[in-house]
Design a protein around this ligand. Sequence first.
Ligand code: SF4
Length: 571
Amino acid sequence: MTLCLASKGARDRPSPAFFPSILPPSGDRYRFVMTRPDRQRALLIYPRFAGTSFWNYRATCELMGAKYSAAPLGLITVAALLPAEWEVRLVNRNTEELQEADLLWADVVMTGGMLPQRADVLHLIDAARGRGKPVVVGGPDTTCAPDVYARADFRVLGEAEEVMAGFLAAWQEGAVEGVFKAKGFPDLSRSPTPRFDLLKLDQYLHVGVQFSRGCPFDCEFCNVIELNGRTPRTKTSVQMLAELDALRTLGYRGHVDLVDDNLIGNRRAVKPFLRDLSGWLEARGQPFEFSTEASLDLADDEELLSLLRAANFFAVFVGIETPDRQTLLAANKRQNANRDIARSVRAIHRAGIFVNAGFIIGFDTERRNVAQSIADCIEAASIPVCMVGLLFALPGTRLARRLEGEGRMAKEEARYGSEDADQCTSGINFRSLRPRHEVLRDYRDVLERIYSPEAYFRRARRAARELDCSAHSIRPSLRNAARDVRAAFGMLWRMGVRDPRVRAEWWRSVLDCATQNPAALKILLSFAALYLHLGPYSRDLVDRIDADIGSATKRGKPRHRTLEERPLPRA
Ligand code: SF4
């Protein structure tokens, strides 16, 4: 029934006035045809990320026998908010093909994601609607730029816990289109356990859970505060441990990523949770180890560091952005402005947690020596894995509003880059104060310097020496142990034997770690595995930037080669 209800003709049927009991709150709008049955079939599709990406770790996934790095937590949370009688299927376009049969099966298609997924979301909307299937689209990019998705039948804007009830009520009553906007931020203590059972768990390097949303800071370029607010909201320990129990019951073991905006944004809430988590892990034989994202002021809180350490945290992503104090103050990243960055990173390493960091080039206030100072900072702090990107004015941010006000934003059609652009390649979507080619040259110089095999493995060796891993106590399952042994041999062959570019550095690093700090060997090998992706990815990026600034042909280099054209040797 729902198929024909969603067709164009059906939209001209009765208006909401016929259903006064569910008239939308102001700001929402939708139209109705007739009530739908309780049992519906929802096809949830996680869109494909555009092109190559810093984050997809394609070669690393191959080595580990996974298809993609992270599982789609947002969609399985949406699935948990659907009525129990609904049938739900999940297709992740990053790990599998969408079958025609799946589309034909569905009563409704639900999709949405982030900016790098935009092109695929639009493609999916057209594919579903072309088959007469109504489409619901949501997620961060839809919330920030709803007009882009106007051709979807339904748009849900804001966090799912806040809008799904309104959408479902309207859907059940027969709505055929609508816009549903969250009126505030939901209380996460009422968020359901995500439907982990919908995931094919062996497809991923890690699975995500989430303790909090929001961040107390106010960095000008960040869309977290626009999307999730500045007062971090948290789940309870009971909820979190129930989620971990659900994962464990499904047989999952190993790496769990806490995908919080800033895990330590609400310290009063996170500390008791970490204590509970340590007890839970101990009682269940240490089934999981964790990574997360946090602000650099984590380094100042000894108690928090030891709680994270006791709860098997081994990695944290930190936004450092730039070592330039003036730029940090101008971007309102004050928590990083008055500190010794290298010393802060070392404090985190001493707790047995390695730091991955984000850096940005393209700020108005940065100086001509920015490339040198960023590369020096990365070197001094011994951070092997750095996401260095060009400043990007995300829709809805204070930065985008300021640049718009100054008349500096790129024209609408050029604002979000080409379809295959990612966070590293689509930046500077505005008129920069320094000449654009200078910014790009600085960017390529940083990449070339930090991702040469010598520099990368030198940092990896130093980080591995600094890490105190004595408290790590994950007990690997037999399956994970067999996978790790297979991956170690695969890496030995690919990096230690076949690839002349990294062979010497790989052996030197493995031997250094084995003799100086053998407890960190697993992490050292993880750094090496990540370089399988980061090495070729950074070289590809440098070629792209060269092509962009027109210097490639002058130096006789090829203008652009794709990752597929220049992979590392394979086993
Ligand atoms: S600390 Fe990180 S998450 Fe928080 S506002 Fe700044 S960039 Fe965003």
